[in-house]
Design a protein around this ligand. Structure first.
Ligand code: ZN
Ligand code: ZN
Length: 135
């Protein structure tokens, strides 16, 4: 895949990602809805080693039902959510589809936590919908 580039709203944080995403998914879980303020999060999972990040980040950790600790990284200046990490998947990082400039390369392959989607969200019938994150 060609390079993915992106930045936060104010531009203080930017990234360049090279290599093939492991997975692209729309996540409809409550955590993703609350942290993004959007109806769902479009997540592009990459190897952390393939992503170079410029700028300062602040982070927030929270634990989920599975017991895993998730980290959300955001720009301390403008508050844009930039990256997600899962303690159970070291070396993996989730980029957020909305911050990626090369929109045409953002192609979610599935919907996850579809059972928690907002009533107003229409799922794409051309990709599978899972109730959980496939492992
Ligand atoms: Zn910013
Ligand atoms: Zn989620």
């Amino acid at each position: 895949m060609p390079k993915l580039t992106g930045n936060c709203l104010c531009g203080a944080v930017s990234f360049v990602a090279e290599g093939e995403p492991a997975l692209q998914a729309n996540c409809h879980c409550t955590d993703c809805r609350q942290v993004t303020g959007a109806a769902y999060a479009t997540l592009v999972f990459m190897k952390e080693a393939d992503v170079s990040i410029t700028g300062q980040l602040q982070s927030f950790e929270h634990s989920v039902d599975s017991g895993n600790v998730l980290t959300k990284e955001f720009c301390p200046k403008c508050g844009s959510q930039m990256f997600g990490k899962n303690g159970a998947r070291p070396g993996s990082i989730a980029l957020r589809g909305g911050s990626i400039n090369e929109q045409e390369l953002v192609q979610p392959q599935l919907n996850v936590f579809a059972g928690r989607k907002m009533d107003c969200t229409i799922l794409d019938p051309n990709i599978p919908a899972h109730d959980k994150m496939p492992s």
